[in-house]
Design a protein around this ligand. Structure first.
Ligand code: APR
Length: 266
């Protein structure tokens, strides 16, 4: 467990106060919030792109040229991804939604851990690993059907109807984001007076530009990330520590302020 510096404890208290006084707080998460569930992120110390070149394993062009490369990477990561459970960071965000402090979560993650932790309003801007589509006839497949196919066919799964390659409903490099989630997240970012950013390197467009909409409309950023980001110097608060440590402490502080307000409403 990472120890917290006094300044970090002070920033956690300040974050709780800002969230309690906010009118429309939202959360933007990245792969960093799921590393404590065992899922590797992309650019952190043991990120996926350190082992697999994104251009070869993560782009739509390379997928269409040779789906087997993507499926080779997927085979290694899938068990961790499919068996992962939410960690305290996910539960803390679900608690903030239950406390009616945050209005929505925009996530770049495809692991569904926010939903598993109980968060209801989640916009998956990079898709979801639990749905698969045929690149030919658009037939859709569940995760279970795909796992059975991979076991049986021992190769990159092809569509049972038209034989075209099957692809998880995740956004690969070179693909556009799902329109509804993209425009909804821009609208939310414009409306937000607080955007809490948790576990993202803020390096992949267009989502890395979302916080700029919040800033442009006079909103504030709070960044919880164990590395620096390009927006640290424009954030109201930056806490460089683990989301699984910091986010539950923010919830704890919110609840203790609320309890004091009830016992001493003056
Ligand atoms: N607590 C806080 N920060 C963490 C933790 C943690 N437990 N674990 C990792 N981090 C930080 C890393 O240091 C890194 O700065 O989270 C950040 C994760 O950044 P990325 O790996 O770049 O993930 P993300 O920002 O979600 O990437 C965006 O890129 O490859 C595409 O589609 C992919 O959605 C992904 C997008």
């Amino acid at each position: 467990m990472n120890t917290l510096e006094p300044i970090e404890r002070e920033n956690i208290k300040k974050t709780a106060r800002l969230l309690l006084n906010s009118e429309f707080a939202i959360v933007l998460t990245g792969a960093g919030i799921s590393t404590e569930s065992g899922i590797p992120d992309f650019r952190g110390e043991s990120g996926i792109w350190k082992k697999y070149k994104p251009k070869i394993y993560g782009s739509i062009q390379s997928f269409l040229n040779d789906p087997s490369k993507f499926w080779k990477m997927a085979e290694e990561i899938a068990p961790t991804l499919f068996n992962a459970e939410p960690n305290p960071g996910h539960y803390a965000i679900a608690d903030l939604e239950k406390e009616n402090i945050i209005k929505a979560v925009i996530t770049q993650n495809i692991d569904e851990l926010h939903q598993k932790a109980g968060t209801v309003i989640v916009y998956e801007v990079h898709g979801n690993i639990n749905r698969f589509t045929c690149m030919g006839c658009r037939a859709s497949y569940t995760k279970e059907q795909i796992l059975r196919k991979i076991k049986k066919e021992k190769s990159s799964p092809g569509c049972s109807f038209c034989g075209a390659p099957l692809k998880p409903s995740v956004v690969l490099f070179g693909e556009s984001l799902p329109n509804f989630e993209k425009y909804m997240s821009i609208d939310l970012a414009k409306k937000a007076d607080i955007m809490l950013i948790a576990g993202s390197s803020l390096t992949v467009a267009p989502i890395c530009d979302l916080p700029l909409y919040t800033l442009r409309e006079g909103g504030n950023l709070i960044i919880v990330n164990d590395e620096t980001t390009y927006l640290d110097d424009r954030a109201e608060i930056v806490i460089n520590n683990k989301t699984g440590v910091v986010l539950p402490l923010i919830v704890q502080e919110v609840r203790s302020i609320k309890a004091k307000q009830v016992s001493d409403p003056t």
